[in-house]
Write a protein that binds this ligand. Sequence first.
Ligand code: F6P
Length: 521
Amino acid sequence: MALKKINPTKTKAWQKLLLHFNEIKELHLKDLFKNNPNRASDLSIDFKEFHIDYSKNNITQETLELLIELANEVDLNDAIQKYFSGDLINTTENRAVMHTALRNSKKTATPFTEGIYKEINSALQQIAAFSQKITSGEWKGYTGKPITDIVNIGIGGSDLGPKMVVTALRHYKNHLNTHFVSNIDGDHVSETIQKLNPETTLFIIVSKSFSTQETLTNATTLKKWFLNSASEDDISKHFVAVSSSITKVISFGIKEENIFPMWNWVGGRFSLWSGVGLVISLSVGYENFKALLLGAEEMDQHFKTTDFSKNIPIIAALIGVWYTNFFKYETEAVLPYSQYLSEFPNYLQQASMESNGKSVDRNGEKIDYQTGAILWGNVGTNMQHAFMQLIHQGTKIIPTEFIGFKKSLSGLTAHHQQLMANFYAQTEALAFGKTREEVHLDLKYNNQKETLAKLLPYKVFEGNKPSTSYVIKELTPKSLGKLIASYEHKIFVQGVIWNIYSFDQFGVELGKELANKHLKK
Ligand code: F6P
């Protein structure tokens, strides 16, 4: 069954939210904290190794209650149930959306999902066995040497998700070197080739459709390069594929036993849990890949079973809707305080913007309200020395999501203390700012009387800039799995509320079509 088609702006809750917005839009975060000394704990959620603090947002308890009323009026519960049951909620592509099944160790089957767990299990076994052979050195290249380098050839979901996870879990990596080739720009592939030895390299061609121009062009170039020193018979030792288009893969020259399956019920941008994650399993070992899945499964359970008022992805999604549709903010920034999460904003851009960048609703009508926010970001503290000026003192309000870890992986605790001191300092500076009086005192103290009047206006921080903090115990495969799954569900919830289809991506097609026309000219 499909998702319900409820225009959110026609709900009673939406009308109430509009009135409520006018009442509270001027409230300063400083006053909200003054009025409720328990605000930080009231507006936070603890779940396993996660602490989410959403108290520094321009919301009150009433805002949250009304947003939850909105979620109920659009029947979010029904949508969640359909999402996890394998209903055909990707209506425009006539498909189910089953990436959560990939990490469902309980195998809770519904009439729609019977049979798929067998396929998932056999794919997982295939990944486990293959990873073991490669990492142990049992698998030999065409000259009898073990594999040292893995090249993932893919783009979009066949690149961003696995690349983000491999980067995030570098601390857990083994001896294998991993490379990612995505761009059609020949400079990308040729730069990568410089680092490779054909005798010891394994290529994974990842393409659900196996018809993506970038991936096939790069794969063909790399195959040609490989064949400069090896023979056609050697391809089976060095090329594997992850795809749902078996015949196309075989005609590319890859053996059937070297194909890892993909299914049409897994969207590209949600596919890192499937065979698309092969490079993850190779890089950090199958046990760590399984831990990633387990973490995601725990977040799935939390999302499915927790009351909306204490549900991490739902609260995050509702706060996003509040800013997008009522404050009318256009962008949001994701700011991980971990160098390992440097690819996280890139990955999220596809997950979120390809999903919710839509302007036609589930009734086929043009939408007259805002949908998906522009998502961007970078790691702290680097971004403090780049774009944070604009967030602190610019004319635009940009809601932010800070992600930090209590424990350092490097063991350099002094670094970590400084890193997290900056994390907390930024959220405080954004929320509470610095008044004219405070600036005045500072300048006076520093004996700069003559310049005081001149400088004062520039040194004031208005504050009242919203942020949500994710404070996680430690960056592990499991906690990363939870974090990613939480964002996946946030995206889903927002799509449900906006009454759009989040799982298609027709908006990327026209450019591809026109590029082909240009090529034929
Ligand atoms: O950019 C469009 C898109 O279809 C994405 O949704 C997808 O992740 C990417 O292209 C790659 O597709 P494929 O895995 O079929 O090569």
